[in-house]
Design a protein around this ligand. Sequence first.
Ligand code: NOJ
Length: 580
Amino acid sequence: MTGIIISSDHRSSQSATPTHPVNSTGQATPPWWETAVLYQIYPLAFADSNGDGTGDLAGITQHLDYLNSDANPDCLGVDAIWLSPVNRSPMQDNGYDVSDYYDIDPVFGTMGDFAALIEAAHDRQLKVLMDLVINHTSSQHDWFIESASNRENPKHDWYLWRDAGPNGALPNNWVSYFGGPAWTWCEARQQYYYHAFNQNQPDLNWRNPAVRDAIHAVVRFWLDRGVDGFRLDASSVYAKDAQFRNNPLKLHARHQNAYDNQYHLYDKDLPENHQIIRELRQIFDEYGDRVLIGETFIDSGVHDSALFYGVQQDELHLPFTFEFTFSPWFPGYLQREIQKKELLTPQGAWPTYFLDNHDIPRHLSRWAGAADPIALARAAAMLLLTLRGTPVLYYGQELGMVDHDRIPADRLRDAVFAIDPDQPPPVTRDGVRTPMQWTAGLHAGFSDNPAADLWLPVNENYVGVNVATELADRDSVLHFYRSLLQIRKHQSKALRMGSWRTLIHYPDTHLAYVREWEDETVLVLINFADRVQDCALDVPLESDDWTVLLGSHVAAREILATPTVLQPLEVLLLQRFGGT
Ligand code: NOJ
């Protein structure tokens, strides 16, 4: 045994990371979104209620009892759902290309279905968040059609239009995140328009007050309909340089045209972006109790997330950054990311963490190669759900769903990436968007129409990895998630609100950290090693008398002394009260 000492009062002085103020209000009742667990639904893939092979709103409503319900003791127990876009859209980017902000796409149902979903969710104490895609619209949005029609129309400057350079040259060197130039020629106007993403996703001109007003009206429209918050899509690229200057190129860039080979000085993270978000936040503040989340765009690091709260904390409530999605499954690396976030999250602001979303390989596929995928799933869940911050789950994560990596070419849906012979072929995101696996039966229970042409094929592992099968197995990944969520909600304020500090300075085999709130301490131990491991701690613990909340190798409610060893891939959640 190493480092387990019952000792005096040097808790904060010896911690590797300082204890952080607890929540944004410093009160025992923080805003709901600080203690909530969010659950992202990709609506096309969740549940098909009408047998057309595509997920829809009524399908989500039918499965709300699975997500949270007093009437269902087997429910998962999340607190809010975030729906990827459901507005009317030609679906060239599966809804991230809106053609009417005031309507629901028929593939998902009707405005009535949306109202029914909100009501049914609220009946089950589930909040509902929408995705708000306002960096760009679809090229089929009326605003763009009008703007593109001629240079004199009333919406002529709602988008970013530029003349060609000499000999028809592009206006500048900006490139699309999806590959290729960010400029597309419009015959009618004899001008180029800018698109940070696909050419079917023209960027709005946020410098135009009429555009701001129009988007603000959209925000109010949905807040008035009871939406509890938004996840802002691509929220760090709204503002662009007023002079459209060239981005500097990175030295020695091999593919000059690739997005990552430019410094995005003039098309991303501009100071003006903060004012845009601040104005959106002001609307939220009028409504109260709603949450404003932002995708601080793919390669913004944790250092940027501090800025996205706003200097006066008047911007995003929760900025999504991508620390775990680009981390290897290595305790030292993961802890470094957590420590950075702990240090950089401004006082009074609240962090958020996620492992997966609809754009990136699922963590069980990213971190594949683990000796025991179930143990990896448990360890990753333990990490995500015990940090100081709002956790976000991606549908199916709670089952241990992995990427479908054998979707036939003629079934692929994700068609937004430009094919550039000078660049490596783009990786499809379809593998992480396959149907939710409900049962071991027809179409994994996603659709009950035998003839349905499914939106994407079901992952072949559905026979073992599905809700029904896992509910019947006390050792399943789903049960582990359910237990963690129940514990968070009902048994531990420290997990919901407490401070975080590590007990190991440079972990390379296991993580050990505590969450503390008033007289409660929760100790989290995660062994990354596939062997018995000394549970060495650098920071002495004051207590040696724990109740097991959850463990992979010991039963809940057992009383334990601080473990001196951890079993291969063991995870352990321990709690004690008083006597610090
Ligand atoms: C980020 C979204 O997460 C992604 O799915 C989408 O393709 C782009 N923004 C463009 O809206």
